[in-house]
Design a protein around this ligand. Structure first.
Ligand code: F3S
Length: 400
Protein backbone atom coordinates (compact mmCIF):
# COMPACT_ATOMS: atom_id res chain seq x y z
CA UNK A 1 0.00 0.00 0.00
CA UNK A 2 1.39 3.37 -1.01
CA UNK A 3 1.60 5.89 1.83
CA UNK A 4 2.42 9.59 1.66
CA UNK A 5 5.29 10.98 3.73
CA UNK A 6 2.86 12.28 6.36
CA UNK A 7 1.05 8.94 6.54
CA UNK A 8 4.39 7.09 6.91
CA UNK A 9 5.41 9.46 9.67
CA UNK A 10 2.14 8.83 11.48
CA UNK A 11 2.65 5.08 11.16
CA UNK A 12 6.24 5.36 12.44
CA UNK A 13 5.16 7.33 15.51
CA UNK A 14 6.62 10.73 14.54
CA UNK A 15 3.21 12.27 15.35
CA UNK A 16 2.72 10.30 18.57
CA UNK A 17 1.85 6.77 19.67
CA UNK A 18 -1.92 7.34 19.39
CA UNK A 19 -1.83 8.28 15.71
CA UNK A 20 0.59 5.42 15.09
CA UNK A 21 -1.84 2.91 16.62
CA UNK A 22 -4.71 4.24 14.54
CA UNK A 23 -2.56 4.11 11.39
CA UNK A 24 -1.61 0.49 12.10
CA UNK A 25 -5.30 -0.45 12.21
CA UNK A 26 -6.08 1.41 8.97
CA UNK A 27 -3.08 0.03 7.10
CA UNK A 28 -4.04 -3.47 8.28
CA UNK A 29 -7.60 -3.02 6.97
CA UNK A 30 -6.29 -1.53 3.75
CA UNK A 31 -4.02 -4.54 3.18
CA UNK A 32 -6.91 -6.97 3.81
CA UNK A 33 -8.96 -5.28 1.09
CA UNK A 34 -6.08 -4.59 -1.33
CA UNK A 35 -6.57 -0.84 -1.00
CA UNK A 36 -3.87 0.95 -3.03
CA UNK A 37 -3.71 3.97 -0.67
CA UNK A 38 -5.29 5.95 2.14
CA UNK A 39 -7.48 8.90 1.17
CA UNK A 40 -8.51 11.91 3.29
CA UNK A 41 -11.90 12.01 4.99
CA UNK A 42 -13.88 15.14 5.73
CA UNK A 43 -16.31 13.64 8.28
CA UNK A 44 -16.68 10.69 10.62
CA UNK A 45 -19.40 9.11 12.74
CA UNK A 46 -18.44 6.58 15.39
CA UNK A 47 -20.89 3.99 16.66
CA UNK A 48 -19.91 4.47 20.28
CA UNK A 49 -21.61 1.68 22.18
CA UNK A 50 -20.59 2.16 25.80
CA UNK A 51 -19.87 -1.55 25.87
CA UNK A 52 -16.71 -3.29 27.04
CA UNK A 53 -14.80 -3.50 23.75
CA UNK A 54 -15.61 0.13 22.90
CA UNK A 55 -14.36 1.33 26.25
CA UNK A 56 -11.19 -0.77 25.95
CA UNK A 57 -10.31 0.40 22.44
CA UNK A 58 -11.13 4.08 22.83
CA UNK A 59 -9.36 4.11 26.22
CA UNK A 60 -6.25 2.54 24.68
CA UNK A 61 -6.15 5.19 21.95
CA UNK A 62 -6.57 7.98 24.49
CA UNK A 63 -3.88 6.55 26.79
CA UNK A 64 -1.57 6.57 23.76
CA UNK A 65 -2.23 10.29 23.32
CA UNK A 66 -4.57 10.11 20.29
CA UNK A 67 -6.71 13.09 19.33
CA UNK A 68 -9.16 13.31 16.43
CA UNK A 69 -8.01 15.18 13.33
CA UNK A 70 -11.64 15.07 12.15
CA UNK A 71 -14.00 15.39 15.16
CA UNK A 72 -16.61 12.65 14.75
CA UNK A 73 -20.21 12.63 15.90
CA UNK A 74 -21.13 9.62 18.04
CA UNK A 75 -23.92 7.07 18.41
CA UNK A 76 -26.18 6.95 21.46
CA UNK A 77 -25.11 5.27 24.66
CA UNK A 78 -27.59 5.78 27.54
CA UNK A 79 -28.96 8.81 29.29
CA UNK A 80 -27.81 8.90 32.93
CA UNK A 81 -30.47 11.49 33.76
CA UNK A 82 -33.27 9.29 32.51
CA UNK A 83 -32.06 5.84 33.63
CA UNK A 84 -30.34 6.61 36.94
CA UNK A 85 -33.06 4.72 38.87
CA UNK A 86 -32.43 1.55 36.84
CA UNK A 87 -28.66 1.60 36.60
CA UNK A 88 -26.05 0.05 38.87
CA UNK A 89 -23.16 2.20 40.09
CA UNK A 90 -20.91 0.27 37.69
CA UNK A 91 -23.17 1.04 34.69
CA UNK A 92 -23.33 4.73 35.66
CA UNK A 93 -19.55 4.91 35.96
CA UNK A 94 -19.13 3.06 32.67
CA UNK A 95 -21.17 5.65 30.75
CA UNK A 96 -19.37 8.53 32.48
CA UNK A 97 -16.04 7.00 31.53
CA UNK A 98 -17.05 6.50 27.87
CA UNK A 99 -18.21 10.11 27.74
CA UNK A 100 -14.95 11.32 29.27
CA UNK A 101 -12.77 9.29 26.90
CA UNK A 102 -14.56 10.33 23.72
CA UNK A 103 -14.66 13.97 24.80
CA UNK A 104 -10.92 13.91 25.44
CA UNK A 105 -10.36 12.27 22.05
CA UNK A 106 -12.12 15.29 20.54
CA UNK A 107 -15.44 13.71 19.52
CA UNK A 108 -18.67 15.71 19.25
CA UNK A 109 -20.91 14.11 21.87
CA UNK A 110 -24.12 14.10 19.83
CA UNK A 111 -25.30 10.65 21.02
CA UNK A 112 -27.58 10.23 18.03
CA UNK A 113 -27.86 7.45 15.43
CA UNK A 114 -29.32 9.66 12.68
CA UNK A 115 -26.48 12.24 12.46
CA UNK A 116 -27.09 12.64 8.71
CA UNK A 117 -30.33 14.55 9.43
CA UNK A 118 -28.72 17.54 11.12
CA UNK A 119 -25.53 17.01 13.12
CA UNK A 120 -23.23 15.59 10.46
CA UNK A 121 -24.58 15.78 6.91
CA UNK A 122 -22.21 14.72 4.12
CA UNK A 123 -22.57 16.10 0.63
CA UNK A 124 -22.70 14.21 -2.64
CA UNK A 125 -19.35 12.57 -3.42
CA UNK A 126 -17.80 13.44 -0.05
CA UNK A 127 -15.50 10.72 1.34
CA UNK A 128 -16.35 10.01 4.95
CA UNK A 129 -15.89 7.27 7.57
CA UNK A 130 -19.25 6.38 9.07
CA UNK A 131 -20.08 3.45 11.30
CA UNK A 132 -23.65 2.55 12.45
CA UNK A 133 -25.53 0.37 9.97
CA UNK A 134 -28.49 2.73 9.45
CA UNK A 135 -26.19 5.72 8.95
CA UNK A 136 -23.72 4.23 6.46
CA UNK A 137 -26.39 3.01 4.08
CA UNK A 138 -28.31 6.31 4.31
CA UNK A 139 -25.34 8.54 3.54
CA UNK A 140 -24.18 6.25 0.73
CA UNK A 141 -27.61 5.82 -0.86
CA UNK A 142 -29.68 8.91 -0.16
CA UNK A 143 -26.92 11.54 0.04
CA UNK A 144 -24.42 9.96 -2.38
CA UNK A 145 -21.50 10.32 0.03
CA UNK A 146 -18.91 7.55 0.02
CA UNK A 147 -18.18 5.42 3.06
CA UNK A 148 -17.51 1.81 3.79
CA UNK A 149 -19.47 0.20 6.58
CA UNK A 150 -16.93 1.06 9.23
CA UNK A 151 -16.78 -0.49 12.67
CA UNK A 152 -16.64 1.84 15.68
CA UNK A 153 -12.90 1.15 15.87
CA UNK A 154 -12.08 1.78 12.20
CA UNK A 155 -14.22 4.94 12.09
CA UNK A 156 -12.46 6.22 15.22
CA UNK A 157 -9.03 5.47 13.69
CA UNK A 158 -10.07 7.34 10.54
CA UNK A 159 -11.17 10.28 12.70
CA UNK A 160 -7.86 10.26 14.59
CA UNK A 161 -5.70 10.19 11.43
CA UNK A 162 -8.03 11.93 8.96
CA UNK A 163 -7.62 9.07 6.46
CA UNK A 164 -9.34 5.86 5.38
CA UNK A 165 -8.29 3.02 3.05
CA UNK A 166 -9.59 3.39 -0.48
CA UNK A 167 -11.62 0.28 -1.36
CA UNK A 168 -15.21 -0.97 -1.58
CA UNK A 169 -17.83 1.78 -1.52
CA UNK A 170 -15.23 4.49 -2.05
CA UNK A 171 -14.75 3.27 -5.64
CA UNK A 172 -17.33 4.19 -8.25
CA UNK A 173 -17.17 0.77 -9.95
CA UNK A 174 -18.49 -0.95 -6.78
CA UNK A 175 -21.43 1.41 -6.44
CA UNK A 176 -23.53 0.26 -9.37
CA UNK A 177 -26.62 -1.85 -8.66
CA UNK A 178 -26.24 -5.59 -9.16
CA UNK A 179 -29.77 -6.73 -8.24
CA UNK A 180 -32.96 -5.42 -9.85
CA UNK A 181 -35.77 -5.56 -7.27
CA UNK A 182 -39.14 -4.98 -8.87
CA UNK A 183 -41.47 -3.87 -6.10
CA UNK A 184 -45.05 -4.88 -6.88
CA UNK A 185 -46.14 -4.60 -3.25
CA UNK A 186 -48.13 -1.55 -2.15
CA UNK A 187 -46.16 0.64 0.24
CA UNK A 188 -48.11 3.19 2.27
CA UNK A 189 -46.02 4.02 5.32
CA UNK A 190 -42.45 4.07 6.59
CA UNK A 191 -43.26 0.76 8.28
CA UNK A 192 -44.00 -0.79 4.85
CA UNK A 193 -40.53 0.33 3.75
CA UNK A 194 -39.14 -1.31 6.90
CA UNK A 195 -40.81 -4.59 5.93
CA UNK A 196 -39.45 -4.20 2.38
CA UNK A 197 -36.03 -3.93 4.01
CA UNK A 198 -36.68 -7.19 5.81
CA UNK A 199 -36.92 -9.07 2.50
CA UNK A 200 -33.12 -9.26 2.23
CA UNK A 201 -33.23 -13.06 2.22
CA UNK A 202 -35.11 -12.99 -1.08
CA UNK A 203 -33.09 -10.07 -2.51
CA UNK A 204 -29.76 -11.78 -1.75
CA UNK A 205 -26.33 -10.14 -1.66
CA UNK A 206 -25.16 -7.17 -3.73
CA UNK A 207 -26.37 -3.63 -4.33
CA UNK A 208 -30.14 -3.61 -4.83
CA UNK A 209 -32.00 -1.18 -7.09
CA UNK A 210 -35.66 -0.92 -6.08
CA UNK A 211 -37.75 -0.39 -9.20
CA UNK A 212 -41.40 0.64 -9.42
CA UNK A 213 -41.43 2.84 -6.31
CA UNK A 214 -42.90 6.35 -6.25
CA UNK A 215 -40.60 9.39 -6.35
CA UNK A 216 -42.04 11.13 -3.28
CA UNK A 217 -40.72 8.74 -0.64
CA UNK A 218 -40.36 10.29 2.81
CA UNK A 219 -37.01 10.58 4.56
CA UNK A 220 -38.39 8.35 7.32
CA UNK A 221 -39.25 5.63 4.76
CA UNK A 222 -35.73 5.78 3.30
CA UNK A 223 -34.26 5.49 6.80
CA UNK A 224 -36.53 2.50 7.52
CA UNK A 225 -35.61 0.72 4.28
CA UNK A 226 -31.85 1.08 4.78
CA UNK A 227 -31.99 0.18 8.47
CA UNK A 228 -33.97 -3.00 8.06
CA UNK A 229 -31.99 -4.14 4.99
CA UNK A 230 -29.18 -4.50 7.48
CA UNK A 231 -31.33 -6.58 9.79
CA UNK A 232 -32.22 -9.09 7.09
CA UNK A 233 -28.88 -8.89 5.27
CA UNK A 234 -25.68 -6.99 4.81
CA UNK A 235 -25.99 -3.91 2.58
CA UNK A 236 -23.86 -0.81 2.01
CA UNK A 237 -25.99 0.93 -0.59
CA UNK A 238 -29.30 0.82 -2.44
CA UNK A 239 -30.68 2.77 -5.35
CA UNK A 240 -34.17 4.02 -6.21
CA UNK A 241 -34.50 5.75 -9.59
CA UNK A 242 -35.38 9.41 -9.27
CA UNK A 243 -34.98 9.30 -5.47
CA UNK A 244 -31.50 8.32 -4.30
CA UNK A 245 -28.42 10.36 -5.14
CA UNK A 246 -26.74 8.24 -7.80
CA UNK A 247 -29.91 7.02 -9.48
CA UNK A 248 -30.97 9.61 -11.99
CA UNK A 249 -32.09 6.86 -14.40
CA UNK A 250 -31.84 3.09 -14.83
CA UNK A 251 -28.71 3.32 -17.01
CA UNK A 252 -27.07 5.33 -14.24
CA UNK A 253 -27.94 2.68 -11.66
CA UNK A 254 -26.62 -0.43 -13.39
CA UNK A 255 -23.63 1.22 -15.06
CA UNK A 256 -24.80 -0.03 -18.45
CA UNK A 257 -24.57 -3.69 -17.32
CA UNK A 258 -27.27 -6.34 -16.90
CA UNK A 259 -28.15 -6.97 -13.25
CA UNK A 260 -26.84 -10.26 -11.87
CA UNK A 261 -30.34 -11.08 -10.53
CA UNK A 262 -33.92 -9.96 -10.92
CA UNK A 263 -36.26 -10.31 -7.95
CA UNK A 264 -39.94 -9.45 -7.54
CA UNK A 265 -41.40 -8.42 -4.15
CA UNK A 266 -45.17 -8.81 -3.87
CA UNK A 267 -47.72 -8.03 -1.16
CA UNK A 268 -47.62 -11.72 -0.28
CA UNK A 269 -43.84 -11.58 0.22
CA UNK A 270 -44.31 -8.62 2.55
CA UNK A 271 -47.00 -10.37 4.62
CA UNK A 272 -44.99 -13.58 4.86
CA UNK A 273 -41.83 -11.68 5.76
CA UNK A 274 -43.48 -9.82 8.63
CA UNK A 275 -45.27 -12.92 9.89
CA UNK A 276 -42.00 -14.91 9.84
CA UNK A 277 -40.14 -12.13 11.67
CA UNK A 278 -42.87 -11.43 14.19
CA UNK A 279 -45.77 -13.89 14.38
CA UNK A 280 -49.14 -12.40 15.44
CA UNK A 281 -49.13 -12.17 19.24
CA UNK A 282 -52.14 -12.27 21.55
CA UNK A 283 -52.95 -11.13 25.08
CA UNK A 284 -51.62 -8.21 27.01
CA UNK A 285 -48.99 -5.68 25.94
CA UNK A 286 -47.08 -4.01 28.79
CA UNK A 287 -44.95 -1.36 27.01
CA UNK A 288 -44.10 0.06 23.61
CA UNK A 289 -40.63 1.05 22.30
CA UNK A 290 -40.33 3.49 19.38
CA UNK A 291 -37.34 5.32 17.93
CA UNK A 292 -34.83 2.79 16.64
CA UNK A 293 -33.38 4.60 14.69
CA UNK A 294 -34.04 7.79 16.63
CA UNK A 295 -37.43 9.29 15.85
CA UNK A 296 -37.70 12.44 13.74
CA UNK A 297 -39.94 15.48 14.42
CA UNK A 298 -42.47 14.15 11.90
CA UNK A 299 -42.66 10.75 13.60
CA UNK A 300 -43.22 12.38 17.01
CA UNK A 301 -46.00 14.48 15.54
CA UNK A 302 -47.62 11.37 14.14
CA UNK A 303 -47.55 9.68 17.56
CA UNK A 304 -49.11 12.84 18.99
CA UNK A 305 -51.88 12.69 16.39
CA UNK A 306 -52.51 8.99 17.06
CA UNK A 307 -52.72 9.61 20.81
CA UNK A 308 -55.53 12.10 20.15
CA UNK A 309 -57.64 8.95 20.02
CA UNK A 310 -56.93 8.31 23.73
CA UNK A 311 -54.09 8.12 26.23
CA UNK A 312 -51.87 5.07 26.42
CA UNK A 313 -52.56 2.51 29.15
CA UNK A 314 -48.92 1.43 29.14
CA UNK A 315 -45.57 3.25 28.99
CA UNK A 316 -44.48 4.31 25.51
CA UNK A 317 -40.70 4.86 25.36
CA UNK A 318 -39.62 7.00 22.42
CA UNK A 319 -35.90 7.31 21.68
CA UNK A 320 -34.77 10.45 19.92
CA UNK A 321 -31.88 12.89 19.70
CA UNK A 322 -31.54 15.60 22.32
CA UNK A 323 -31.97 18.16 19.51
CA UNK A 324 -35.36 16.77 18.46
CA UNK A 325 -36.36 16.40 22.13
CA UNK A 326 -35.45 20.05 22.79
CA UNK A 327 -37.61 21.18 19.87
CA UNK A 328 -40.50 19.02 21.11
CA UNK A 329 -40.06 20.52 24.58
CA UNK A 330 -40.18 24.09 23.29
CA UNK A 331 -43.23 23.54 21.14
CA UNK A 332 -45.19 21.81 23.92
CA UNK A 333 -45.23 18.52 22.03
CA UNK A 334 -43.16 16.71 24.68
CA UNK A 335 -45.62 17.65 27.43
CA UNK A 336 -48.61 16.58 25.33
CA UNK A 337 -46.96 13.20 24.70
CA UNK A 338 -46.04 12.83 28.36
CA UNK A 339 -49.59 13.63 29.48
CA UNK A 340 -50.79 10.72 27.37
CA UNK A 341 -48.17 8.16 28.41
CA UNK A 342 -45.31 8.65 25.93
CA UNK A 343 -41.86 9.66 27.24
CA UNK A 344 -39.03 11.02 25.10
CA UNK A 345 -35.66 9.48 25.98
CA UNK A 346 -32.60 11.25 24.58
CA UNK A 347 -29.09 9.97 23.80
CA UNK A 348 -30.00 6.30 24.24
CA UNK A 349 -29.81 3.10 22.20
CA UNK A 350 -32.06 0.05 22.56
CA UNK A 351 -28.94 -2.15 22.53
CA UNK A 352 -27.86 -1.22 26.05
CA UNK A 353 -28.86 -4.15 28.22
CA UNK A 354 -28.20 -2.31 31.49
CA UNK A 355 -31.07 0.11 30.76
CA UNK A 356 -33.78 -2.25 29.68
CA UNK A 357 -33.42 -5.26 31.98
CA UNK A 358 -36.73 -4.44 33.74
CA UNK A 359 -38.56 -5.27 30.48
CA UNK A 360 -37.18 -8.82 30.19
CA UNK A 361 -39.83 -11.52 30.03
CA UNK A 362 -42.66 -9.00 29.60
CA UNK A 363 -44.61 -8.65 26.31
CA UNK A 364 -44.11 -5.40 24.40
CA UNK A 365 -44.43 -3.97 20.92
CA UNK A 366 -42.25 -1.86 18.62
CA UNK A 367 -42.41 -0.52 15.07
CA UNK A 368 -38.76 -1.38 14.46
CA UNK A 369 -37.53 -4.85 13.49
CA UNK A 370 -34.00 -3.71 14.39
CA UNK A 371 -35.18 -2.85 17.89
CA UNK A 372 -36.82 -6.28 18.31
CA UNK A 373 -33.71 -7.99 16.96
CA UNK A 374 -31.35 -6.29 19.41
CA UNK A 375 -33.62 -6.42 22.43
CA UNK A 376 -34.17 -10.13 21.97
CA UNK A 377 -30.49 -10.62 22.75
CA UNK A 378 -31.27 -9.22 26.23
CA UNK A 379 -34.26 -11.55 26.71
CA UNK A 380 -36.78 -8.85 25.80
CA UNK A 381 -39.52 -10.06 23.51
CA UNK A 382 -41.19 -7.47 21.30
CA UNK A 383 -43.89 -7.92 18.67
CA UNK A 384 -43.26 -5.79 15.56
CA UNK A 385 -46.16 -3.86 14.04
CA UNK A 386 -46.73 -0.50 12.32
CA UNK A 387 -46.97 2.70 14.36
CA UNK A 388 -50.77 2.85 14.20
CA UNK A 389 -51.06 -0.66 15.57
CA UNK A 390 -48.44 -0.01 18.27
CA UNK A 391 -50.40 2.99 19.53
CA UNK A 392 -53.77 1.24 19.26
CA UNK A 393 -52.48 -1.68 21.33
CA UNK A 394 -50.91 0.77 23.79
CA UNK A 395 -54.27 2.56 24.17
CA UNK A 396 -55.91 -0.78 25.09
CA UNK A 397 -52.95 -2.41 26.86
CA UNK A 398 -53.50 -5.50 24.77
CA UNK A 399 -53.45 -6.87 21.26
CA UNK A 400 -56.64 -5.75 19.55
FE1 F3S B 1 -30.04 3.64 16.93
FE2 F3S B 1 -29.37 1.82 18.70
FE3 F3S B 1 -31.38 1.39 17.06
S1 F3S B 1 -28.00 3.06 17.52
S2 F3S B 1 -30.67 2.41 15.22
S3 F3S B 1 -31.31 2.97 18.65
S4 F3S B 1 -29.91 -0.15 17.74
Amino acid sequence: MELTTYQKEMLDGVWGKGKSMAMQVLVGIGKCFDAPRLVPITRAHVSLSAQEADLWFSGKLLAAGAHCAVPPTVNPGYSLDYFHGHLSQAAMENMRQVDRIYRQLGARMTYCCTPYLEDNVPEFGEIVAFSETNATIFVNSVLGARTNRESAASALCAAVTGFTPEYGMLCRENRFATVAVEVQATLRSDFDYAVLGLTGKKIGGGVPAFLGLPRDISTESLIALGTQLNVSGNYDLFHIPGVTAEARDTEDIFGGREPARRVVITDEDMEQTLEAFSPSPSGSIEYCVLGCPHYTDAQLEEVDRLLDGGASQIPIYILTSSTVKARAHESGLEQRLLDRGAELIPDTCVDEACCWGHLAGRPGVTDSPKCAYYMETSGICLAVRDRNTCIRWAQKGRVC
